[in-house]
Ligand binder design. Structure first.
Ligand SMILES: [Zn+2]
Length: 438
């Protein structure tokens, strides 16, 4: 006996009846088809050293224009002090002040571990003294994450700290921008059940170009347009997610950028005044860890004549904007430059500069004739040029809404709220709820 195949209309009736029954069952239990929320993926991008002035100078930035029109934006993302990279990458990812996550600058000393970054291990999360990166908090709550080129994606004792990380290598050996962009877009289209719902990408532009070309230089403008194109590709990928999924893009930076002038040579100052200390200098700050017997009071005294260029602060009396705490990594004396002055340690000079006596005979403050910076960052976070750009776009955020100001510590809790997860433990920031869709 053969079974007669059901006709098209017969099948349609069966399917309709089944759907009706399913809807009736769902309704009985209080569910409606519309209430099944789309599963959300959040893509978080950090473009290094991206100030509003760089964006304005680049002019043609159609994707950032669209982010502003269709999403949330700010020209005042306020970084942690010193307003430089690694301290703020860590503040961005953890939502903690430096005194709680432990990365106090690009260069500092730990009494047990030695000098931070010396072994190219600045990306090792074992340097953190507390707080969780957003991917650690997400994984702990069962959400897979993928992290590309960010510091803190791996630990030398715990291995990778997210389901997908790239690369599993030292901080400076990063994958190319094209590679991580292609990998991230592939993951956005991944239909497997364990696809990541948090994807974090780090790009070293426009910072690396702006330092040597100035805030409004032609090459800096070009770098910003490249960054705009990267953003456009991620927006397109988020607009074509597999069915049942929705996406949000969060774009931030670690600090702003401003054009600078003469340089402060810490090596020469140490030589001139016979300062007995270890120094760790980067950008606009010098951390001095005094040798036994050296006097903080004496140093403040001899350096007080340079008030036009920098100011020395003694441990325990740092300015209120410095959330560095009083732990063992905090220097005895911190020199803080005032714009347009910037600071370097003796290790940055090539052999020929030292042969010319830069650290022994030259004036401690001068404008370098080669290898100098045109623009930098690191100053007091109250200085507007240190502020960075910030955008959110897509699912769960308002449209055409300006955030007047937010702190770097607020990004982590905002991302976690977009994912429907709790912030890392502990956390100092608060979610920017005013920017989220009701
Ligand atoms: Zn940076």
């Amino acid at each position: 006996m053969s079974v007669r195949p059901t006709s098209f209309w017969g099948q349609a009736v069966i399917v309709t009846v089944r759907l009706f029954c399913a809807a009736a069952i769902l309704a009985q239990f209080g569910f409606a088809a519309e209430a099944v929320a789309a599963e959300r993926t959040v893509v978080v991008v950090l473009f290094d050293g991206f100030s509003p002035a760089e964006l304005d100078a680049a002019k043609a930035t159609p994707n950032f224009d669209r982010l502003k029109r269709e999403g949330v934006w700010s020209r005042h993302l306020v970084p942690a002090f010193p307003t430089i990279s690694l301290i703020n990458h860590t503040t961005f990812e953890t939502g903690c002040w430096p005194e709680h996550h432990g990365i106090l600058s690009n260069e500092f000393y730990d009494p047990k571990l030695g000098r931070f970054g010396d072994k190219m291990d600045a990306g090792d999360a074992d340097w953190h003294i507390g707080c969780e990166a957003m991917w650690q908090a997400a994984e702990r709550q069962g959400v897979h994450s993928a992290v590309f080129n960010w510091v803190g994606r791996w630990s030398s004792t715990r291995g990778k700290l997210a389901s997908v990380i790239s690369p599993m290598t030292k901080w400076k050996n990063r994958e190319s921008d094209d590679r991580i962009l292609a990998d991230a877009i592939k993951l956005l289209h991944d239909k497997s059940p364990d696809h990541p719902r948090l994807i974090a990408l780090y790009f070293d532009r426009p910072d690396n170009i702006a330092h040597y070309n100035g805030v409004t230089g032609a090459k800096t403008q070009e770098a910003v347009r490249q960054v705009d194109a990267i953003t456009g590709k991620l927006m397109a990928a988020l607009s074509s997610l597999p069915p049942g999924r929705e996406g949000t893009l969060v774009v931030g930076t670690d600090h702003g950028m401003m054009d600078v002038g003469p340089m402060i040579n810490v090596g020469r100052l140490m030589n001139m005044y016979d300062i007995r200390a270890k120094q760790a200098t980067d950008g606009t700050t010098a951390f001095l860890y005094l040798d036994k017997g050296e006097s903080a009071g004496r140093l403040v005294n001899v350096l007080s004549g340079y008030g036009y260029a920098f100011r020395p602060y003694v441990k325990g009396q740092f300015p209120s904007y410095a959330h560095l705490g009083n732990g063992p990594r905090v220097p005895d004396i911190m020199l803080v430059a005032k714009p347009p002055y910037w600071i370097v340690g003796p290790e940055v000079f090539p052999w020929w500069a030292n042969a010319l006596g830069v650290n022994h005979f030259w004036p401690p403050i001068f404008t370098p004739f080669a290898g100098g910076l045109k623009a930098t960052h690191g100053y007091d976070p109250a200085i507007g040029q240190m502020h960075g750009i910030f955008y959110m776009w897509g699912a769960g955020v308002k449209k055409n809404y300006e955030i007047p100001r937010l702190d770097m510590i607020d990004i982590h809790p905002t991302v976690m709220m977009l994912l429907g997860l709790q912030s890392g433990k502990p956390v100092d920031g608060r979610p920017v709820t005013s920017a989220l869709a009701p």
